[in-house]
Design a protein around this ligand. Structure first.
Ligand SMILES: C[S@@+](CC[C@H](N)C(=O)[O-])C[C@H]1O[C@@H](n2cnc3c(N)ncnc32)[C@H](O)[C@@H]1O
Ligand code: SF4
Length: 402
């Protein structure tokens, strides 16, 4: 692993020297604290995506930087004395952030908390050439892990998914990521309309040539409210049948196992030791703070676990931070029972093997669409599959934003 380049985060910096001390001092909440920062803007809205992502002209980066810093300060007051184990810039498209914003935020993390010497700093990036040109600057700002949204290596599939990049740009971005970051991963979406097992096997073989030690492989889910959901309702788009989806999943597991990147979570594969620590923090139910529109957090204070939720609409979030110093809309104590249940639910994600794809996909889609989104309260039992078989989360993108 290359050394960290950002002075505030580097091993041996004044901040990292007392990181161990910070970790020991941390009586409230187990393990290091994870920080999630959400950038809600994209160049265009992909037809399958229901993340909190928006297309806006003329984003005022300086204003957004000030607001994100203010909210970080607010959280530092709430969670003092903890050691930071990971920072994750998610979106939206964080690779549209000015690198100076990323640097300022990482500086502030280093100024407000102690930072573990081996801190993992991930940024999600789209593989467009304009964004790839910033990779070096992101690395200089302190990012040491890049997660690229390649989605497909098949040119026709990239078009069908409404992506702005082509295959050549995707491959160039992967190479550029390899040159600039100690660690990188990329995402692919499978079980696409019309995709055969043979075609996916071939695409995965290719992906494994380009991959390093981590890959995220998501089954396409048709999310309510997306353009794909409309097309499906009109009969103009059909995801593969249950048996085909199951075979696609099995093929994925076999190929990745054979290449030494077994699943450590339903959609995430890594060489042992190369797992994304930030995601593991969620799935192990460790504390994380969520900054930015729609971000969620789980914070332990005085032996009580709290669920936090930020305002979802970017402009409202911004106005609220400027008015009140935080975009937080809710901070609710989670009862001990709910907390144990949440912990069991999230820990279930770190297991994979048995599969019943379409039924699971429908159940998950249903639950997601009906569940009160991100209010920190647990959904009714009917939506949690209580008493039923463990629910398989087919798509497990970042769970801290809705
Ligand atoms: C926050 S999103 C995207 C990050 C980045 N903006 C991009 O598009 O590359 C993280 C990942 O979730 C996956 N994803 C989003 N919507 C999905 C869906 N409906 N079905 C399956 N995977 C999905 C994609 O692979 C995507 O890269
Ligand atoms: S998939 Fe990525 S680029 Fe596309 S709309 Fe969602 S967050 Fe934005």
């Amino acid at each position: 692993m290359k050394p960290l380049t950002h002075p505030a985060l580097g091993a041996g910096s004044p901040l990292s020297r007392n990181a161990g001390e910070g970790a020991e001092r941390s009586e409230e909440g187990e393990g290091p604290l994870a920080v999630y920062i959400h950038w809600p803007f994209c160049r265009s809205k992909c037809p399958y995506c229901d993340f909190n992502s928006h297309v806006r002209d003329g984003v005022d980066a300086a204003r957004w930087t000030r607001a994100l810093l203010a909210d970080l300060d607010h959280h530092a007051e709430l969670m003092p004395g903890r050691a930071i184990g990971s920072v994750f810039f998610g979106g939206g498209t964080p690779s549209l952030m000015p690198p100076e914003t990323v640097a300022a935020l990482l500086d502030r993390v280093g100024a407000r908390w102690t930072v573990m010497p081996d801190v993992e700093v991930t940024l999600e990036a789209n593989p467009n050439s304009a964004e790839a040109a910033r990779f070096r600057a992101f690395a200089a700002a302190g990012v040491n892990r890049l997660s690229l949204g390649v989605q497909a290596l098949d040119p026709a599939a990239l078009k069908m998914l409404g992506r702005l990049h082509d295959r050549g740009e995707a491959i160039a971005a992967i190479e550029h990521a390899r040159d600039n970051f100690a660690r990188f991963s990329f995402d692919l979406i499978y079980a696409r309309p019309g995709q055969s097992v043979a075609a996916w096997r071939h695409e995965l073989d290719e992906a494994l040539v380009f991959a390093d030690d981590h890959l995220s492989l998501y089954q396409l889910t048709i999310e309510p409210g997306t353009a794909f959901a409309t097309l499906e309702r009109l009969g103009d788009l059909a995801v593969p049948e249950e048996e085909v989806a199951a075979a696609l999943f099995e093929t994925t597991q076999e190929q990745l196992d054979a290449r030494g990147l077994p699943a450590y979570e339903i959609s995430n594969h890594a060489r042992p030791g190369a797992e994304c620590r930030h995601n593991l923090a969620y799935w192990r139910y460790q504390d994380y703070i969520g900054i930015g529109p729609g971000a969620h957090g789980r914070l332990t204070r005085g032996n009580v676990k709290y669920a936090t939720r930020q305002r979802r609409v970017p402009e409202r979030w911004l106005a609220e931070v400027e008015r009140a110093g935080t975009g937080m809309e809710e901070m609710a104590a989670i009862s001990r029972d709910s907390s144990v249940e949440e912990m069991l639910m999230t820990r279930r994600r770190i297991v994979v093997r048995s599969y019943s794809p379409a039924a699971d996909r429908r159940r998950i889609s249903d639950a997601r669409s009906r569940a009160p989104r991100g209010n920190g309260r647990r959904p009714p039992a009917s939506q949690r599959g209580a008493g039923g078989p463990p629910r398989l989360i087919v798509r497990s993108a970042i769970p801290s934003v809705y």
